[in-house]
Design a protein. Structure first.
Length: 118
């Protein structure tokens, strides 16, 4: 008799401050804090999906100029990657529509990020 083991992957949401903006982050996996978790459960690679829509929660955000514009969104993603993702973690960035353009701009303005190109 075949027995199948199904493991549920935990999903949780949290808000982080990034560039003066409350930013929603949805995480899948058994870790909660990439920067502080140095254990065996810490992933080697981070898969980051950047949505095509540009929605932010704090209309009073001032740290990033033009936070609602395309350039401001790119700067916000770069700030997020620099502050929330450890420097030694491999990154895979996925985006659709305008997010694909944002990823190209991230690579242009932040070449130090550990993103691999296929």
């Amino acid at each position: 008799m075949d027995s199948k083991v199904e493991e549920e992957v935990p999903v949780h949401e949290e808000f982080v401050q990034c560039g003066g903006v409350e930013t929603l982050v949805i995480k899948c996996g058994h870790w909660t804090d990439l920067s502080n978790d140095q254990g065996v459960n810490r992933p080697e690679t981070l898969l980051l999906i950047i949505p095509g829509e540009r929605k932010l929660l704090d209309p009073n955000a001032q740290e990033i100029k033009d936070i609602y514009g395309l350039h401001g969104q790119v700067q916000h993603k770069i700030a997020f990657l620099r502050t929330q993702v450890p420097k030694d973690m491999k990154l895979i960035l996925i985006g659709h529509s305008v997010a694909s353009y944002m990823i190209l701009q991230i690579l242009k303005y932040a070449p130090e990020l550990p993103v691999s190109m296929p």
